[in-house]
Design a binder for this molecule. Structure first.
Ligand SMILES: Cc1cc2nc3c(=O)[nH]c(=O)nc-3n(C[C@H](O)[C@H](O)[C@H](O)COP(=O)(O)OP(=O)(O)OC[C@H]3O[C@@H](n4cnc5c(N)ncnc54)[C@H](O)[C@@H]3O)c2cc1C
Length: 471
């Protein structure tokens, strides 16, 4: 009797594909049955609870290429993870492949040419550590644990932005593994369309394994917080808007409603008190810093004001302790043209209801060097607004999150009609295609066309997704 051939089941062929991938990796693969799985699937925002089929902690570019090929061939959407700070949870997924770059942390600084080449898994803390010994820096975010990857690809702003532009404006080139498994260099000279798209277009176009950044001479800055009583909120907001309009670009300052953290440098009498404040950083000549920032410490007068020289990386870590991994986060934001009287009225109404010491209502300046680039010069389209705000409810306890989320939503709904229309993509939750399109304004059609060229099958869709343009 002859033997009949038994067709392999789909499960067998998937398992064989997984085994094939694993045999090619230098990094570590973690499956649901592994002890390390639960820790490995967690991201920064504890509200995100997803179960990927496979998590690969990549060791090098070859691992990334194998992962991208595997995901495409197996029809699995890859979630790309750098610092894992995406609040909507794009660093993980259900049933797909996590390409975790967080072990790829190589950095090479060329202090003479003022250039840093940074692997795709570095955080801003890694970056600042490597560049500060040379008294150099580039604009990054205001928390050191945020990933260079997600922040830069969405635009990226921080204390140096008014002076030196967005993080993406300081990008010289990037190595990108595209959906077909090729590695392309994107720069002003090579694959210019891809280079244009990754400067604001998020993780839509491939996995960036290496970023090359321009550096600037920044070492010790003059910085401090200023606190004001709540009843001065409207006056402080008016003063802040006027002061920033005339402030030199070496100065960055953001306005906040906050519950004062119970620790240094704040005096005990203010601990856990709801107040408003301005946090400023002056990165120019230190002798001028004290004088230029004096009006911030004198207006009102404030309830508390501090100003002192500090190493730039210390300032970058100022709020790390308040915002560790594993808290429950819900955010919304928008770009804003002006702090009009209507906007100020809504801030004064909702800001003082800030729910926890971890939560934030911040208004960041987005003028200065951000305006030096044309709206269509990179994918980041909002080059004419003065501010972007973030309304963030953050809590260690999940139970009250529904009511905190309502605070964010009502606050946002009151402000949105007075906004510039769209939001910074890195401040969006899962808010739908229209919100994504409005966040790119006139640049969206070009982004969709470039997406069609580099990722026609929309492999990279675990992100603020730009769908490939129809042919
Ligand atoms: C506490 C906190 C503070 C923040 N402060 C700032 C701030 O000061 N300024 C600011 O601009 N933003 C800030 N953000 C927002 C931040 O820019 C976004 O959350 C960003 O997505 C974080 O990047 P990540 O690499 O840490 O996140 P991840 O969750 O690891 O990545 C998010 C997404 O980015 C893409 N991505 C990341 N790395 C790569 C890569 N190497 N190649 C391809 N795609 C990649 C992927 O689509 C990925 O899913 C902050 C966020 C948090 C939580």
């Amino acid at each position: 009797m002859g033997q009949s051939a038994v067709a392999p089941s789909p499960a067998d062929s998937t398992e064989r594909a997984v085994e094939g991938l694993l045999s090619n990796l230098r990094g570590r693969a973690i499956r649901p049955s592994d002890e390390a799985y639960d820790a490995a699937r967690r991201v920064y925002n504890a509200m995100i609870d997803r179960r990927p089929r496979l998590i690969v902690k990549c060791a090098d570019v070859a691992d990334v290429i194998h992962c991208v090929n595997f995901a495409r061939e197996e029809g699995l959407a890859p979630a790309v993870r750098c610092g894992s700070h995406s609040v909507p949870g794009f660093g993980t997924c259900d049933g797909g492949l996590v390409i975790d770059l967080s072990g790829m942390k190589g950095i090479r600084v060329d202090p003479v040419r003022r250039i840093a080449r940074v692997d795709g898994g570095c955080t801003w803390g890694d970056f600042d550590h490597a560049t500060h010994v040379f008294d150099l820096a580039t604009p990054g975010g205001v928390i050191s644990t945020t990933g260079v990857g997600g922040l830069t690809l969405g635009g990226g702003f921080g204390h140096l932005t008014r002076r030196y532009g967005l993080s993406c404006d300081n990008l010289i080139s990037a190595d990108v593994v595209t959906a077909d498994g090729q590695m392309l260099t994107a720069s002003a000279a090579e694959n210019e369309d891809l280079f244009w798209a990754i400067r604001g277009g998020g993780g839509n176009f491939g996995v960036v394994t290496s970023f090359e950044f321009r550096l600037h001479p920044v070492s010790t800055v003059y910085a401090g917080p200023v606190l004001y009583p709540l009843e001065k909120g409207a006056d402080v907001l008016r003063f802040y808007a006027t002061f920033m309009a005339g402030a030199p670009h070496e100065l960055s300052a953001f306005f906040a409603y906050l519950i004062v953290p119970p620790g240094a440098p704040f005096p005990e009498e203010f601990h856990m008190k709801t107040m408003c404040g301005i946090i400023y950083v002056y990165s120019g000549d230190l002798k001028k810093g004290e004088q230029i920032t004096r009006p911030l410490r004198e207006f009102g007068p404030p309830a508390f004001a501090l100003g002192h020289p500090a190493p730039y990386p210390a300032v970058q870590k100022m709020f790390d302790g308040l915002l560790p991994h594993g808290l429950h986060n819900y955010w919304k934001g928008d770009f804003v043209n002006n702090l009009s009287e209507q906007v100020i009225t809504e801030h004064v109404r909702y800001g003082p209801q800030i729910p926890t010491v971890h939560s934030a209502m911040h208004i960041y300046p987005l003028d200065g060097a951000v305006h030096d680039v044309a709206a269509n010069g990179t994918a980041f389209a909002y080059r004419d607004v003065k501010f972007t705000h973030i309304l963030a409810a953050v809590s260690p306890d999940p139970a009250p999150m529904p009511s905190y989320r309502e605070w964010v939503r009502s606050y946002w709904s009151a402000l949105h009609p007075h906004s510039a229309g769209g939001a910074y993509v890195n401040f969006l939750m899962d808010e739908g295609d229209e919100r994504i399109a409005s966040s790119y304004r006139g640049n969206y059609a070009r982004l969709a066309a470039i997406k069609r060229k580099y990722d026609p099958g929309n492999l990279f869709r675990v992100n603020q997704n730009i769908r490939p343009a129809a042919t």
